[in-house]
Write a protein that binds this ligand. Structure first.
Ligand SMILES: [Cu+2]
Length: 410
């Protein structure tokens, strides 16, 4: 027997917690077998090995300071844990599960290792074929031909349940959809933990999105066809099987007249105007650049494209927050706390995750609590509006929600 250590990612021994983002993940190392040691502590050097086209990580010992490619720690042989932090090295995201190996060495001897993934939401047109296949496979399994858990996500975004008054044309539009996407993403990750939601960057051409092997190709009446190997061919989210989506633009170009990313971020420096203006253009205009399901809020989530569209809306908010320093709920310009409808103020919990029905809330609350993550604790099963703002823990490390975007650094 020889010296060995245990590496805990996100302070967990579970392989299901070995997913990191650009934000610092709290980690621990402890000696599990002190054989051969003669001193009360051993010096262990942490480093990492990345697969080709894989992610990259950095290390630091405390809660502040720069991340480095290696970190040397003094670890007691009595089994006491020593904390450290790991973060993905922006912009080098993983393409496969466990494509980064964290190694612990004593001298040149490997004494412990663990595989992690830098799991990041990416531009859909930049996914590898394998990433694309894993995403659509997980989404199709969640849908299960209309019989799966996806039905709750359909029903959460449905005019019949009055959801539109909770989450559209109102300050909570961005927080509500952030929680909604995260809930869905966590359900996909329960099926395949290597999946992160991709986004449709609708101000750029995305021809590879509108193909038989990805989100399908529409005929003139909007019936979307898929290739015989695409599991989305069995998609069903309404009384009509399949997807109805009629692009009103040439899908080898972006939809015309949508604000660009730079124009969107320039809309306003304060949340009330930013939210109000961007909900219309580009968000609303992206929806109405199609006929079919995605055009109308009550049916929009019947089309898988909805989730990629909204992932980009969320990314634009994230990028606006990052460029303008708007992660802190205590800063007035980070949010619009003036609306008194339930679910709109910072300290309000949000429907449906809070289970509250009746009155000004919808009559039913599909789906129950927000899905938990093995890697992070936030935003919790019944998120408040304020819990959605600091999504990668810029203001408070405990707010980290376990997602990040490929072009929005920590
Ligand atoms: Cu929308």
């Amino acid at each position: 027997m020889a010296l060995s250590v245990e590496l805990q990612v996100n302070n967990s021994t579970s392989p299901t917690a070995r997913y990191v983002t650009w934000a610092p993940s709290p980690c621990r190392i402890r000696v599990t077998n002190p054989s051969g040691t003669t001193t009360p502590t051993v010096s262990v050097k942490l480093g990492s090995v990345s697969a080709a086209a894989g992610g990259a990580v950095g290390f630091r010992s405390g809660t502040s300071g720069a991340f480095a490619t290696t970190l040397t720690l003094s670890v007691p042989i009595n089994g006491t844990s020593v904390p450290f932090f790991v973060a993905g090295r922006f912009p080098q995201a993983s393409t496969n599960d466990g494509d980064v190996t964290i190694e612990a060495r004593s001298g040149t001897t490997l004494v412990g290792s663990v595989k992690v993934m830098v799991r990041i939401r990416k531009n859909a047109v930049k996914l590898t074929p394998a990433e694309r296949a894993r995403f659509i496979s997980a989404l199709a399994r969640l849908n299960n031909q209309g019989l799966g858990r996806f039905v709750d996500f359909r029903d959460m975004h449905n005019s019949a349940t009055n959801v539109l008054a909770q989450s559209h044309g109102i300050p909570g539009f961005l927080p509500w959809h952030r929680a909604y996407l995260l809930d869905l993403e966590r359900e996909l990750q329960a099926i395949d933990p290597s999946v992160a939601l991709p986004y449709w960057r609708f101000d750029q051409a995305a021809p590879s999105l509108f193909t038989l092997d990805f989100l399908g190709v529409a005929n003139s009446t909007g019936t979307v066809r898929f290739s015989s190997t695409n599991p989305l061919q069995f998609w069903r989210a309404s009384t009509i099987p399949g997807v109805n989506r009629r692009p009103l633009f040439n899908t080898s170009t972006p939809p015309p007249d949508l604000l660009t990313e730079a124009q969107t971020i320039a809309l306003s420096s304060t949340y009330p105007n930013f939210r109000r203006l961007m909900e219309d253009n580009p968000h609303g205009w992206a929806h109405t650049s199609f006929g079919g399901f995605i055009r109308n809020p009550a049916t929009a989530p019947h089309d898988p494209l909805f989730f990629l569209l909204h992932c980009n809306v969320d990314r634009l908010w994230a990028k606006w927050q990052q460029q303008r320093g708007r992660f802190d709920p205590a800063l007035a310009s980070s949010y619009d706390n003036s609306n008194t409808r339930p679910g709109q103020r910072l300290d309000d919990t949000m429907w449906p995750w809070n289970g509250v029905t009746g009155g000004t809330r919808p009559a039913t609350a599909p789906g129950g609590a927000l899905a938990s993550s093995p890697a992070v604790a936030a935003p919790g099963p019944q998120p408040r509006v304020r819990d959605t703002l600091d999504y990668h823990g810029t203001v408070a490390a405990a707010s980290r929600q376990g997602f990040d975007y490929d072009d929005v650094p920590f």
